[in-house]
Design a protein. Structure first.
Length: 296
């Protein structure tokens, strides 16, 4: 672990406290302006951290961090579709959504840190593991191409929670016993997505610290991004095809690494181009109106 690890964790703790103050004000809805402002601030902070890495350790680690952050951030948008479906299906009010997302972010930091450490250790000890990761990413890419965004991942957790105990009464807040089940479902879906995203970020860097910090910065902005995009997520109806292309690209990179070397800079450019193309297509091409319904 690098010498600046302690200041980094102090920074993350401070950011979580600020996030709690800004987005967790009881009885007050989260304004889109506030959510966007905090999201952009965290993105600028991640950019500043990348510049600091470049100045202290070199250009290559900085590009790896930026690429990992972009991969994780773009894949996190698919998480938001799942969260939106889950919250709509369970009819969570704004206050419960804030509480669930807060605990979900805290749990994601711990789970992803452990998974990155395990994945990086396996890659460093067993060269063949990169091919396993490549196959996992290829399967994930195909799955995204043929399944509607978020629906498949959320259906199981929603059914499980509904069948266990959730009973709603006229907009009252969830009791802690029910809330814990919703948080568990959020962690379970995040873990499912991490199975795809962790190998993806490890395809651009073998440094556990770079992979971890890029993941943490992306996860930190997940809660505010949800509130900023919650009314707009349905407009990005083609984004999952872009995510499938990104996963397919990094899968191909891992599977052919023995013969073809793709630099971190090239990976960054490819990912930015893919995201830009499908974001524009989502806004310009009409979508088939669809209604998110409660899973049966």
């Amino acid at each position: 672990m690098p010498a600046h690890a302690l200041p980094f964790f102090v920074l993350i703790a401070v950011l979580l406290l600020i996030d709690l103050t800004l987005l967790q004000r009881k009885g007050r809805p989260v304004s889109a302006g506030l959510a966007w402002g905090w999201t952009f601030f965290l993105a600028l902070l991640a950019g500043g951290y990348a510049l600091w890495i470049g100045a202290t350790t070199g250009r290559q680690p900085a590009i790896e961090f930026a690429t990992g952050y972009l991969i994780e951030g773009s894949l996190s948008v698919d998480n938001l579709f799942v969260f939106l479906l889950l919250f709509r299906s369970l009819r969570l009010n704004a206050e419960d959504q804030r509480r669930v997302l807060l605990w979900g972010v805290l749990g994601a930091i711990v789970l992803r840190g452990a998974m990155i450490l395990l994945g990086a250790t396996l890659l460093n000890r067993f060269a063949w593991v990169q091919y396993v990761f490549g196959v996992i990413l290829a399967v994930a890419a195909v799955r995204l191409l043929f399944h509607k965004t978020g629906e498949t991942a959320a259906r199981g957790p929603v059914r499980w929670i509904q069948s266990c105990c959730l009973r709603y009464q006229g907009g009252t807040q969830l009791k802690w016993s029910a809330l814990l089940l919703v948080i568990a479902a959020i962690e379970a879906t995040d873990l499912l997505f991490a199975v795809d995203s962790i190998p993806a970020v490890l395809s651009v860097t073998r440094s556990p610290w770079i992979a971890f910090t890029s993941n943490i910065f992306a996860v930190l902005g997940l809660r505010s991004l949800y509130f900023a995009l919650s009314a707009m997520l349905d407009r990005f109806h083609l984004l999952h095809y872009g995510l499938a292309c990104i996963l397919g690209f990094v899968a191909l990179k891992m599977l052919t690494a023995r013969w073809i070397t793709v630099s971190a800079g090239t990976s960054l450019l490819v990912i930015v181009a893919i995201l830009g193309i499908f974001a524009v297509l989502s806004r310009t091409l009409p979508s088939t109106p669809k209604k998110i319904t409660e899973p049966r």
